[in-house]
Ligand binder design. Structure first.
Ligand SMILES: NC(=O)c1ccc[n+]([C@@H]2O[C@H](COP(=O)([O-])OP(=O)(O)OC[C@H]3O[C@@H](n4cnc5c(N)ncnc54)[C@H](OP(=O)(O)O)[C@@H]3O)[C@@H](O)[C@H]2O)c1
Length: 315
């Protein structure tokens, strides 16, 4: 805009979800931007609510307008950045891709079910999203996945290592093959994704973000998930060590540790579709919000470990 600098007005909701509940994502909601119109006169434009926000259970009533000067925290814009997400065909990964797209990022989506990825690309917009077939257990496919991001968008800013599987039961209950697959997808797959992205971050020379989607099971495993929890502990350990290795290159490493999330995860392997207990779980959008929040921190700071529960879940 010419002359008058662009600024925003924000709504501070006093009453969220019909009560006095506070929700960090919805605490401040942009309502208008103000700038200079074509005729040189001040102009205020309404920020259209996104489809996601309209569907949100946290739909926010407008109560009070305050100026952006009052915003307490600095926020990094994701607009134009390039974020690659593994396991983007379902659950947390798909929700993260949508939210990143809404935040203006270019997203590169990896998973085996490419028909789902193609549908997501159409939803986000083919100009800003790319689908790539990816088996995370294969190091070469991870390198090709990251290279596809660089070829298409010119660079890569962030990798979200999210692909994972789970099965519940005692140490004797799963087959050797199933446990091998879980260990390889959850841990080896994370290693291969990170190893594919880091050389690009280093070559670009302006930092990068590694986000690893682990679990609260990676902080304290339950009695019916020992091997799964082991893979998630391994991711947390990997993230902590990587943070110490990569910080000097300006590369941030964040481990996201959600409690149970209502997705397709472990359905038929310890969870049952439609189980009413799942309604109290986190939603994939909650974890997506955490991922976006980690990336939106200004690059001068880092938060290495995020644990997240719904209010209906005990810790
Ligand atoms: N749901 C929970 O309760 C929960 C809680 C804490 C942490 N987590 C973690 O969150 C992450 C995402 O889980 P979710 O709940 O979103 O599960 P989900 O809905 O089942 O999605 C899993 C994703 O991983 C991908 N994937 C699985 N195996 C793969 C492979 N071999 N190669 C490439 N991609 C593969 C799947 O894609 P394709 O099948 O198309 O390849 C899918 O996109 C996992 O790491 C999980 O451990 C989940």
């Amino acid at each position: 805009m010419r002359g008058v600098p662009e600024r925003s007005l924000w709504a501070a909701p006093a009453d969220v979800n019909g009560g006095t509940q506070w929700h960090p994502e919805r605490h401040w909601v942009p309502l208008f931007t103000e700038g200079e119109g074509a005729a040189g006169t001040p102009e205020r434009r309404r920020v259209p609510p996104s489809g996601e926000r309209e569907r949100s259970p946290y739909a926010v009533p407008t109560v009070q307008l305050v100026e952006e000067d009052h915003m307490p925290a600095e926020k990094r814009s994701l607009a134009g950045t390039v974020v690659a997400v593994t396991g983007a065909s379902a659950g947390i990964g798909a929700a993260a891709a949508r939210l990143l797209g809404e935040a203006g990022a270019n997203v590169v989506l990896g998973a085996r079910r490419t028909e789902r990825l193609d549908a997501l690309v159409e939803e986000i917009g083919a100009d800003r999203a790319l689908a790539v077939s990816l088996e995370v257990r294969d190091p070469e496919q991870n390198r090709a996945f990251v290279q596809a991001a660089v070829d298409r968008f010119g660079r890569i800013d962030s990798i979200v290592a999210n692909a994972g599987i789970g099965m519940y039961g005692g140490i004797e209950d799963s087959s050797d093959d199933d446990l091998t697959r879980m260990i390889e997808v959850n841990f080896s797959g994370t290693v291969w994704s990170v190893r594919a992205a880091v050389p690009h971050f280093r070559r670009q020379g302006d930092g990068g973000d590694v986000v690893i989607v682990s679990s609260v099971a990676g902080l304290r495993g339950g009695a019916d998930e020992a091997v799964y929890a082991g893979t998630k502990f391994a991711q947390v350990g990997l993230a902590g060590s990587l943070d110490r290795e990569l910080r000097e290159d300006g590369i941030r490493v964040s481990a996201i540790c959600p409690a149970g999330v209502e997705t397709e995860f472990a359905i038929g392997a310890g969870r049952t579709e439609g189980d009413p207990a799942l309604a109290a779980y986190l939603r994939p959008e909650d974890v997506a919000f955490q991922i976006v929040t980690a990336l939106e921190q200004p690059r001068r700071l880092r938060t290495t470990l995020w644990a997240q529960w719904s209010m209906g879940q005990g810790s």
